[in-house]
Design a protein around this ligand. Structure first.
Ligand code: SF4
Ligand code: SF4
Length: 114
C-alpha cells in the first residue's frame, strides 16, 4: 500500500484508509527485533505491539487522509502494511469504514506482497 501501489492499479497515496482504520491494525507479526529496531521509537506503541496510533491514525502517516498521504517509515513499515493491497478485503473494509468509495478499487486477484 501507499508508495507500493502503482497508480495504474490504484493510487494509495490519495487514500491512507488502512493506516487510519483501527489501532489494532498496524501491529507487528513476524517482524524480527532488528526490523522493529529500525522504526523510530516515537512511532511504536507503548506496549510495543505495533505502531503508535494517535488521533485516529498511525502516527507515521503523513499528509491528509483521502487526499495525499505518505508513510514516514515506508522502508521499515510493518509486514501488515506491506501486504494490504488496493482492492483486497482489508482495504475495502478500511475504506468503507472511513466513508471512502470502494467501487473504483481494482478487483483483488490474490496479490499479497509488495
Ligand atoms: S485502504 Fe486500500 S487504497 Fe487505501 S491506502 Fe490502504 S491499500 Fe491503498
Ligand atoms: S507504518 Fe506506514 S503504512 Fe503502516 S499504518 Fe503506519 S503509515 Fe500506514
Amino acid at each position: 500500500m501507499l508508495e507500493t501501489s502503482p497508480p495504474d492499479i490504484f493510487d494509495c497515496q490519495t487514500c491512507g484508509a488502512c493506516c487510519a482504520y483501527s489501532a489494532d491494525w498496524p501491529r507487528f507479526s513476524l517482524e524480527t527485533d532488528e526490523e522493529i529496531a529500525r522504526i523510530p521509537e516515537k512511532f511504536i506503541a507503548a506496549d510495543e505491539s505495533g505502531m503508535r496510533f494517535e488521533a485516529g491514525r498511525c502516527l507515521a502517516l503523513t499528509g491528509e487522509l483521502g487526499k495525499h498521504v505518505g508513510c514516514g517509515v515506508y522502508a521499515d513499515r510493518p509486514h501488515v502494511c506491506r501486504t494490504c493491497m488496493p482492492g483486497d478485503p482489508e482495504c475495502r473494509i478500511a475504506r468503507q469504514a472511513l466513508g471512502m468509495p470502494v467501487d473504483d478499487l481494482p478487483d483483488f486477484e490474490g496479490m499479497n506482497e509488495e
